[in-house]
Design a binder for this molecule. Structure first.
Ligand SMILES: Nc1ncnc2c1ncn2[C@@H]1O[C@H](COP(=O)(O)OP(=O)(O)OP(=O)(O)O)[C@@H](O)[C@H]1O
Ligand SMILES: [Mg+2]
Length: 274
């Protein structure tokens, strides 16, 4: 058996008595996700498995954070082993997939409704002392049913007040460059919920088919941009949006975290746009 396959199988040791493995959903550098079914309950599940020993700490941390957020609109951990954990396989579509399927043209009312639900979901995790630090369409599920329209996933690089604050050495950056807030370049201790809010502003813009000025291939390019005060969107790019909506996108993506809106104010502004 090829080494990679052997490693993948041995990482899942202990699951075969309880789960039928069906197919591979995704494989990234550090983890892979398999589609499976619980033998006893027939519940569709996903098994997320760690592939690199050096990411074990983060992987275990993701499980702890998800456990801490139990009951909130985040994916649930229903079982775990040393190198894997099991989540329900939600009937859902990722926001990434939805945006792609409609060629970036989500009707404005729908984009606003999704954004409002996202804000409510994020507000709950922030109140629980967690910053996601990887808010992006691929880490957001739009649910086919259930109490909440959205579920947040992938807490691999999240920061939790309750857990060790030193996982990310001061100065190092985590997350996805294209959604990253400028303060991330100045060290993880500077990053709070407002960095998630910045990413949410970019996600709203993406749902409205707006492309930011900035695009980064390398961390270095991001750091250079983060040290300028160039706004993510200029007047020209926001020209076609209704004035209040343009203002809202603009203020969520302010370079200075202090200038981004307070959540209750933002929610009131959003409601006035419906
Ligand atoms: N519980 C779930 N139910 C349905 N789909 C899911 C679930 N968890 C993940 N997915 C799907 O799998 C994709 C990848 O999941 P996730 O973001 O957790 O992994 P990743 O980005 O590959 O991992 P990592 O960044 O931790 O290496 C998501 O975009 C989503 O489409
Ligand atoms: Mg992800």
């Amino acid at each position: 058996m090829p080494t990679i396959l052997h490693n993948l199988r041995s990482g899942l040791q202990g699951t075969e008595d309880f789960y039928f493995l069906k197919a591979r959903l995704a494989i990234t550098g550090s983890s892979c996700i398999d589609i499976a079914e619980a033998k006893s309950s027939k519940q569709p599940v996903l098994i997320k498995q760690m592939l690199k020993a050096e990411t074990l700490l983060r992987f275990q941390r993701e499980q702890k954070i998800l456990a801490q957020l139990k009951g909130l609109p985040v994916s649930e951990v229903i079982d775990h082993g040393e190198k894997f954990f099991v989540m329900p396989h939600y009937k859902s579509v990722s926001l990434y997939k939805l945006i792609k399927e409609v060629n970036g043209k989500i009707p404005q009312k729908h984009a606003l409704a999704i954004f409002y639900c996202l804000l409510e979901a994020y507000e709950q995790i922030w109140q629980a002392g967690v910053v996601h630090r990887d808010a992006k369409p691929g880490n957001i599920l739009l649910m086919a049913n259930g109490p909440s329209l959205v579920k947040l996933i992938d807490f691999n690089v999240a920061k939790s007040e309750k857990l060790d604050k030193r996982l990310t050495a001061p100065g190092s950056m985590v997350g996805t460059l294209s959604y990253m807030a400028p303060e991330s370049a100045k060290g993880s201790s500077r990053v709070d919920y407002r960095a998630d809010l910045f990413a949410l502003g970019l996600i709203l813009a993406e749902m409205l088919n707006l492309k930011p000025e900035r695009s980064f291939d390398k961390t270095r390019d991001f750091i250079i941009w983060a040290n300028t005060d160039v706004p993510v969107f200029n007047e020209e790019q926001l020209r076609d949006l209704p004035r209040e909506l343009a203002l809202l996108v603009r203020c969520c993506t302010e370079n200075q975290p202090d200038l981004r809106p307070k959540i209750p104010v933002l929610k009131r502004q959003l409601l006035s746009l419906f």
